[in-house]
Design a protein around this ligand. Structure first.
Ligand code: ATP
Ligand code: MG
Length: 560
């Protein structure tokens, strides 16, 4: 027998394969993605989603979606729905395994009572400030609370009365009785329940005490039979606490926690708190603003699930934090869109061109390729007539060296149409160019001259009489600093030019009725997609990404 199996792709797969070999965790693989519904998902979450759902799929296991909703003051059902939609859009499915930590409140309460009965938890009356002070520091051990040795009976009574609402918020907490001298601060009698009179998005006013995340999280995993509990590195120091709870409560086959590095992207902030700040303070138009690194923002910008999944695959998982270049994400996107996006012609900054020797009433249908990368995508007809728009940038009255596009007396090729030559430049009273006069060579239909003469440039165009108007939004990086999270105030390094709105754009008529979300390559200009702000009268497009990484070019030039 010579079976070849692909090698494990990363250290997590190595651990999983070892566990499957040794029989740890029943030889099952069961993961979960556990978002807190306190904001929209971002590209970092996509990494965790691809990892958890991907591992389950690869090893024939299951992956749950569980909302870790233990902090009612920051949570909202709006976020629950948005998170579900984003995970589905990314291409993953939790089937009927949708859970909420709040579903376990009663059982978590019972776990806490069990700890009290074992003498492993106690009610403490110190104020939050005192608790902090008693905890000590990294260099100094903590001190034991004067309430640490309350009797089990007294603790049971007080905890029941905390639940019954007899005490004000913050007046008492339930602590795990572990070790005030532990070098790991998480083990110095951590809070496991607090009093908080805030209605919960699912349990309403039923509870006025809530479990802390560190208590709820490992036990929710255990209740769901999770075998591998994957989380980001900052939870490494919490693992001994999670293991302490699981052991104290006698959980069989406890989940194994494995930490991996979180995704950071250059020129991007990834914390939900900071993203919320951008939304609340109006620096962006909302969570789904196409400049946001949220899944909904990326979707609106025109990112595809395939590109995001490919990106997550390529970055892999590692044990060390790093910052991934956003250019890699854009590269994955271009690769995907290059395959699937139909090519069309659109003019963003129009300059009117009158072709003087073209018959005024003639309209010709020019045959254009929908995608040179994929002939199966076929061809379409693009109307051509006497008055067209070209890109303002494609003309220079006084062309610098190496500018090969249109200029007075010069001939260029119109994509899929004819050679034209500029014969005259019309200006308004301020000297602004408002129109070009050109002639065309009827012998060059399809873009080739029978006499073999060459032109150095091919430019795109739309027929003025047939074009449809559009608004086009161009985006740039939201931040000017590579690592904005390092700044004291992220708003100080916002890029003032991150959004440019062009309102006088013209599209070839085949784009009429393009549905929201549809992707196109506008020839020579980049990839674009239809924004939900579009109306039947007026299409709105977002530029998803330029055709090439213009930043890399500029930065290289700067370095030369
Ligand atoms: P943030 O720090 O952005 O506010 P969070 O960790 O508080 O995020 P959760 O809702 O708790 O957000 O995250 C759900 C899951 O996604 C967790 O398992 C978390 O470890 C993972 N996750 C969050 N951010 C990233 C990231 N940047 N890279 C990889 N995984 C992440
Ligand atoms: Mg978290």
């Amino acid at each position: 027998m010579n079976e070849t199996k692909p090698a494990p792709a990363n250290f997590i797969e190595e651990i999983i394969e070892e566990d499957l070999r040794t029989g740890r965790g029943d030889r099952r693989i069961h993961t979960r993605f556990p978002p807190e519904p306190n904001g929209y998902l971002h590209i970092g979450h996509a990494k965790a989603i691809c990892l958890n759902f991907g591992l389950a799929a690869k090893y024939g296991g299951l992956c749950n979606l569980r909302f870790d909703d233990t902090n009612p003051s920051k949570e909202d059902p709006e976020y629950v729905e948005a998170i579900k939609e984003d995970i589905r859009w990314l291409g993953f499915d939790w089937d009927d395994r949708l859970y909420f930590a709040s579903d376990y409140f009663e059982r978590l309460y019972e776990f806490a009572v069990q700890l009290i009965k074992m003498g492993k938890a106690y009610v403490c009356d110190l104020s939050p400030e005192e608790i902090k002070e008693y905890r000590g520091t990294l260099t100094e051990p903590g001190r034991e609370s004067p309430y640490r040795n309350r009797s089990v009976e007294e603790n049971l009574d007080l905890f029941a009365r905390m639940r019954a609402g007899e005490f004000p918020d913050g007046s008492r907490v339930l602590l795990a009785k572990i070790d005030m001298a532990s070098p790991n601060l998480n083990l110095r009698d951590p809070v496991i329940y607090r009093i908080l009179r805030v209605p919960h998005h699912r349990t309403g006013r039923k509870w006025c005490i809530y479990p802390m995340y560190d208590f709820a999280h490992p036990l929710s995993d255990a209740l769901e039979g999770i075998t591998h509990s994957l989380c980001t590195l900052e939870f490494e120091d919490h693992r001994p606490l999670y293991d302490w709870f699981l052991e104290a409560l006698g959980i069989e086959n406890p989940p194994r926690q494995i930490e991996f590095a979180r995704l950071n992207l250059s020129y991007t902030v990834m914390s939900k708190r900071k993203l919320l700040q951008l939304v609340k303070e109006g620096h962006v138009r909302g969570w789904d603003d196409p400049r946001m690194p949220t899944i909904s923002g990326l979707r609106r910008r025109g990112y595809t699930p395939e590109a995001i999944r490919d990106f997550c695959e390529r970055i892999g998982v590692a044990k060390a934090n790093s910052i991934v270049d956003i250019a890699l994400l854009e590269h994955c996107l271009r690769e995907d869109l290059n395959r699937r996006a139909p090519r069309v012609m659109a003019v963003l900054r129009p300059l009117r061109v009158v072709i003087e020797n073209y018959p005024p009433d003639l309209v010709e249908e020019m045959e254009a390729l929908n995608n040179p990368e994929d002939p199966s995508m076929g061809t379409r007809k693009v109307p051509f007539s006497r008055v067209i728009y070209i890109e303002r940038d494609d003309f220079r009255e006084d062309p610098p060296p190496k500018f090969y596009r249109l200029a007075p007396g010069r001939e260029v090729r119109l994509r899929y149409a004819y050679f034209i030559k500029c014969t005259d430049v019309i200006k308004d009273e301020n000297g602004k160019i408002i129109e070009l006069r050109c002639t065309y060579d009827p012998e060059t239909r399809g873009g080739r001259a029978p006499d073999g003469r060459q032109v150095k440039a091919t430019i795109h165009w739309v027929s003025a009489a047939h074009a449809i108007p559009a608004e086009i939004r161009l985006y740039d990086r939201l931040f000017t600093k590579e690592n904005p999270a390092e700044e004291e105030d992220i708003t100080a390094c916002l890029n003032p030019k991150s959004l440019e709105v062009l309102t006088d754009c013209w599209l070839e008529p085949s784009l009429a009725g393009a549905p929201v979300g549809a992707h196109y390559q506008f020839e020579r200009l980049g990839y674009f997609c239809v924004d939900p702000d579009s109306t039947p009268e007026r299409l709105v497009f977002n530029r998803t990404v330029e055709l090439r990484d213009s930043w890399a070019k500029i930065e290289k030039k700067g370095a030369e």
